[in-house]
Write a protein that binds this ligand. Sequence first.
Ligand SMILES: [Zn+2]
Ligand SMILES: [Zn+2]
Length: 248
Amino acid sequence: MNKQTLYKNTLTNKGVTSDICDYKIKRASDSISCSYCNKEISHSASYEDGRELCKKCFDNSVHTQEEALEFLPKLINDMKKFGIDCQNMNIPLRLINRKSMEHESKSLKNFIPIGLTSRYNLNSYNSSRQIVHREPVIDSVLILNGLSVTDFCMTLVHELGHCWIHHQDFPQLEPYVEEGLCELLSCIWLKQQNIPERGQKIQNLLNYSSDVYKKGLNRAMIALKDYSFKEIIQYISLKGIFPPRYYN
Ligand SMILES: [Zn+2]
Ligand SMILES: [Zn+2]
């Protein structure tokens, strides 16, 4: 992870005490637009990756590791209500800047994610080299710093979905099935929040995310018309695909 220079947050007078922040507060010579809400602003929090945030968006975003970790138990609790229990898992959550995310995700071509989970299995073998025990391990859960609270939570719920799936004995899932399931979790979580723009956010995920996510979520939403979330999970756990449509 890159060590970053610390800047005092003069927009809010709140000291930033993390080594992950890569923004500084500046006064622009010309008005610029906030990268999140598009409003014209003269002062902004300026990130090394080019994002410029207005005061309102800046104050409503997640910047420090401490803030990020505070959300974790609440979201794990929310997910337990949907039958997704991550309570006894080790979730090594880290908030990182765009440069680190670019470095961590260099295998993804032309695409820098806002969340990234890496995981592996510690396998035990018998003398015939057959696996006798699988120990699922979550290596890291990385989330981009400076996301709005809503986007941060949706991203963390999505990544917790990957962590949970890794701890189940599911058949091998095609990427669109796994991503669709994790996106569905994010949407189900969002629907329960009192956030006015939640409908628009779900529409954006259905229409504008990259192909594998869009395909997966659209397929998951079709399944949700005929099945409960629990039934969808059960079907995927057995067959590795979304349950069939009732109609053609
Ligand atoms: Zn803004
Ligand atoms: Zn994912």
